[in-house]
Write a protein that binds this ligand. Structure first.
Ligand code: ACO
Length: 322
């Protein structure tokens, strides 16, 4: 038994911010950003919330599959940038789209969030608990970014992507590996609240994303190919058998090139959208999937690998038949 993705959808904020726009805020240039990261522009929220973007992406995924919101059993939102601690984003989305019977909750594994949520949905469906699930990756990272830090503010974008997956009786390939290493979590952090009660007050470290870019870069180019090979081995496949690598990590084109090289694969098998949208963390994979599906580039029966990593640190890979 396995699961099948039967619908995809995505939503981006209206405002597009180019590298030249950023060069008016911090000391940088379009040339530096393009050469060092591959990013040309990104979409930034001017009021769109994680919940609203998620709901729009879900509605498109449902329409794509011809499915009513009431049929959904499970609604998972992967995000590290919710507007509120409670209610969770998934419950807000459930209310907006009217998925009245769905169980809804959030999951945070930063950039690996969508993959981890997909795996969670798979586990529920594999055991027969639920049959139809909406899985969302959504971020408004622009509210967590220090807009005076040129090392991070150039990287991130806002957006949401969703897939509708259903239990499938077929024995399709679906192999997954997940890893976490909390001992290295200090390389990408973002504090949100300080402890302040009648007994103690602990100052906030920083309310903005703090990142050791070189450390993350080195970690990604080593761990991502390793875990892709681990997932492929479980599926009895090699990288040569894969038609398309939908990498999560869309922060830096140089990372993607390096991973393609390590796997001895043509970089053309690694579609990218970071030139237009930057790194949207957990939203990257589902937005890219939706773009590829709508462009007719994902064909039935194709072998697809999704992989990535993020703060935590967390990383994982998934091998599936489209
Ligand atoms: N414009 C111009 N110069 C810059 C900029 C900028 N935007 N940013 C940094 N520089 C300068 C630095 O100050 C430094 O100058 P110096 O040599 O005078 O000190 C120089 O450029 C080189 O800096 P590096 O940090 O070494 O640049 P690097 O080539 O490593 O690129 C980058 C930096 C793009 C951040 C890269 O390290 C990277 O992409 N890392 C991975 C980031 C990532 O994947 N993050 C994951 C986020 S996932 C999540 O969970 C949210």
């Amino acid at each position: 038994m396995s699961i099948k993705i039967i619908g995809t959808g995505s939503a981006l904020p209206e405002k597009k911010v180019t590298n030249d726009d950023l060069a008016e805020l911090v000391e940088t240039s379009d040339q530096w950003i393009r050469e060092r990261t591959g990013i040309g522009s990104r979409h930034i929220s001017t009021g769109e919330t994680v919940a609203r973007l998620s709901a729009a992406a879900c509605e498109r995924a449902l329409a794509d599959a011809g499915c009513a919101a009431e049929e959904v059993d499970l609604l998972l939102v992967a995000t590290c940038s919710p507007e509120s601690g409670v209610p969770c984003v998934a419950c807000q989305v459930q209310g907006i789209i009217g998925a009245s019977k769905a169980v809804a909750f959030d999951l945070n594994a930063a950039c690996s969030g969508f993959l981890f949520a997909l795996h969670t949905a798979w586990a529920y469906m594999e055991t027969g608990i639920y049959r139809k699930a909406l899985i969302v990756g959504a971020e408004v990272l622009s509210k967590l970014v220090d807009w005076t830090d040129r090392g991070t503010c150039i990287l991130f974008g806002d957006g949401a992507g969703a897939v509708l997956a259903e239990h499938s009786g077929h024995n399709d390939v679906f192999r997954f590996v997940q890893h976490s290493d909390g001992s290295r979590g200090g390389s990408l952090t973002c504090d949100t609240r300080r402890l302040k009660n009648p007994y103690v007050e602990i100052p906030l470290q920083s309310p903005w994303i703090q990142m050791d870019g070189r450390e993350i870069f080195a970690f990604a180019v080593r761990r991502v190919p390793e875990c892709i090979e681990e997932a492929l081995a479980q599926a009895g496949m090699t990288a040569d058998d894969v038609d398309m690598f939908v990498l999560l990590h869309q922060a830096n084109y140089r990372i993607i090139e390096s991973i393609a090289k390590r796997l001895k694969q043509d970089v053309k098998k690694f579609p990218v959208n970071l030139e237009r949208v930057g790194n949207m963390s957990s939203a990257t994979i589902p937005v890219l999937l939706d773009e590829l599906k709508r462009a007719g580039r994902l064909k039935d029966g194709m072998s697809v690998v999704m992989s990535g990593f993020g703060a935590g640190l967390t990383w994982g890979a998934c091998v599936m038949k489209w």
